[in-house]
Design a protein around this ligand. Sequence first.
Ligand SMILES: NC(=O)c1ccc[n+]([C@@H]2O[C@H](COP(=O)([O-])OP(=O)(O)OC[C@H]3O[C@@H](n4cnc5c(N)ncnc54)[C@H](OP(=O)(O)O)[C@@H]3O)[C@@H](O)[C@H]2O)c1
Length: 273
Amino acid sequence: MDSIALNDGTTIPQLGFGVFKVDPAHTERIVSEALEVGYRHIDTAAIYGNEEGVGRAIAASGIPRGELYITTKLWNDRQGDAPAALRESLDKLGLDRVDLYLIHWPAPANDRYVEAWRSLVELQAAGLTTSIGVANFLVPHLERLLSESDVVPAVDQIELHPAHQQPETVVFAREHGIHIESWGPLGQAKYPLLENPVITAAAQAHGKSPAQVVIRWHLQSGFIVFPKTNHRERMVENFDVFDFALTDAEQAAITALEAEGGGRVGSHPDTVN
Ligand SMILES: NC(=O)c1ccc[n+]([C@@H]2O[C@H](COP(=O)([O-])OP(=O)(O)OC[C@H]3O[C@@H](n4cnc5c(N)ncnc54)[C@H](OP(=O)(O)O)[C@@H]3O)[C@@H](O)[C@H]2O)c1
């Protein structure tokens, strides 16, 4: 498993398992299966309503805490109340710290993300989260954060897949030492990414599946990625991506797919509150 070195001196497993829309009633079983398959990095959020199931799976796994990497996120209506929100998440997860705590959306209409960021800096200093970062921050949100705080986010978790690559945000983040996490890495199955001929040709050439090719494209692009699936066979498939490499030409051809459109499958960050 490859790791990425973050700007605060810590490392994060580059491939993880996301649990957005994993039914809380089934989360313990699904995350337990993901841990059995080999995933050690789990991406959840308070708003997903499934932190308790993630916590039960962690506890049942017997895997030493130091081998796991757990991310959760501060929901928008708690931006003025981050210390209590993180404690609630930790209680649900059954942990005394997370590895990464993110502001889930800038929610600019609320005008509280700088205040929330200052709270995250204090929570990190208090040891309740090892690293801190943001999600869905575009360049103007990052610029404001950097102008009002000396602490640079470790990551920015943004919607990113071949049809929506957000190059401006990626370039700005990289210039400032912020790593990009790709959410919706498979386009949330909302457009026919896995049937695109560029992807299927690369899959055929390597004897891999289209999903494996797309995950490999994220990894070779340097992004941190945590595809979600409810199905064990897909957990295995999505994890089995370290025995091949896309050629430079295949990588470039997938990068060029953004020009074909398809675009954003989630909400624009300026509209979420
Ligand atoms: N910060 C944010 O605002 C934000 C927003 C969205 C997501 N996220 C994070 O990013 C994670 C990943 O994004 P996502 O869950 O939205 O979307 P995604 O991983 O791009 O796509 C998940 C969809 O792809 C399907 N799928 C998974 N593996 C597959 C495979 N090998 N072949 C074919 N289809 C496959 C899944 O179906 P099945 O489940 O039926 O297999 C599901 O419908 C989330 O779980 C969450 O942790 C963050």
